[in-house]
Design a protein around this ligand. Structure first.
Ligand code: AMP
Ligand code: ZN
Length: 140
């Protein structure tokens, strides 16, 4: 879908700091990260909501989120934990209607709540963050 920013990222016509991609999914840094390393995992196919995701594609999405979560721990992001979440529907704060999983690194004592964290959304070293995550994700 040409008016979907995530489809443009998949097509390479919009910029993104991609940390992982395969035949089914693409993972890239969120442009307004709750924490540095905040990554979105999306389907290559334009699917607006979770209900439209097949079992097979859902498994690939979840597996990529799992890998990204592991990479957030072992990369320079050095997360102590991760929040993995999906906003499905406008009422649940979905703003980009191309379904995606947020993988958000957390650190012991970071004291953010996700609602408050939404206000602190920048990473001054995003290129280095993306490179560090990319480097520890095994290639297909
Ligand atoms: P949601 O509210 O779950 O739909 O989340 C959409 C997310 O996409 C937000 O966290 C945005 O910061 C992020 N986002 C929107 N446009 C872009 C973009 N061009 N590149 C990377 N992240 C984006
Ligand atoms: Zn799309």
């Amino acid at each position: 879908m040409s008016d979907c920013v995530f489809c443009c990222i998949v097509a390479g016509t919009a910029p993104a700091r991609i940390v992982y991609s395969d035949d089914h999914v693409v993972a890239f840094l969120d442009i307004r990260p709750v924490r540095p390393g905040h990554t979105l995992v999306i389907t290559r196919e334009h699917i607006t909501d979770l209900a439209g995701v097949s079992t097979a594609v859902g498994a690939r999405l979840f597996d990529a989120a799992r890998m990204v979560g592991a990479a957030l721990r072992t990369s320079h992001v050095a997360a102590d934990g991760v929040n993995v979440l999906i906003n499905d529907g406008r009422a649940a704060f979905q703003t980009v209607f191309h379904t995606h999983i947020h993988v958000i690194p957390r650190h012991n004592g970071d004291r953010i709540t996700l609602a408050k964290g939404l206000l602190v959304r920048r990473d001054p070293n995003a290129d280095a963050t993306a490179q560090s995550i990319r480097a520890v994700i095994p290639s297909d």
